[in-house]
Write a protein that binds this ligand. Structure first.
Ligand code: GNR
Ligand code: NI
Length: 167
């Protein structure tokens, strides 16, 4: 197992579009283990492969308090979405920034699990938010890009200041 480095906004590699996984094999399962370990260590409630510079359609989520309910989504697809809800979001690729984002309130997603079995789930609340946030990463979108230009500029300035101070 290994901790993987997480890309930080505004890294252009966060804008790459991931390709579907062709076969769920041991190599993919190993990557999933590393992604889960990286997510738990961060700590975060979700992680998309894009964030660790792997451009395949894979994401891991664990929204449980106990941090032992890993959910794996390979080649996820939104089958239906309804309603609207606003939630304050954060992102491991945009450390220290929290902003309100509006998304669908309820989504039905189909995906493969780590065994290559297809499953369909309907999610509301935090799981729905997280699924949409992670699926955005897989098409190269970071949540701050849903905010106004002015807010994005302030975030970029704040992050570069944080980075300078960390050096
Ligand atoms: O850890 C995370 N928390 C979070 C909180 C509100 C909405 C979305 C998220 S996802 C984030 C982890 C992450 O960056 N996943 O891409
Ligand atoms: Ni994120």
């Amino acid at each position: 197992m290994a901790l993987l480095p997480i890309l930080h906004y505004p890294d252009s590699r966060l804008h790459k579009v991931a390709v579907p996984v062709k076969r769920v094999d041991d190599k993919i399962r190993n990557l999933i283990k590393d992604m889960a370990q990286t997510m738990y260590a961060a700590p975060g409630i979700g992680l998309a492969a894009t964030q660790v510079d792997v451009h395949q359609r894979i994401l891991v989520i664990d929204i449980s308090e106990s941090r032992n309910e890993l959910q794996v989504f390979i080649n996820p697809k939104i089958i239906s979405a309804e309603g609207e809800s606003e939630c304050e979001e954060g992102c491991l690729s945009v450390p220290g920034i929290y902003e309100k984002v509006t998304r669908a309130a309820k989504v039905t997603v189909s995906a493969l699990d780590e065994h290559g079995r297809e499953r369909t789930i309907t999610a509301e609340g935090l799981l729905a938010v997280c699924l949409q946030h992670e699926m955005d990463h897989l098409v190269g979108r970071v949540f701050v890009e849903k905010l106004s230009r002015l807010k994005q500029q302030r975030i970029v300035a704040k992050l570069s200041k944080q980075q300078r101070q960390a050096m």
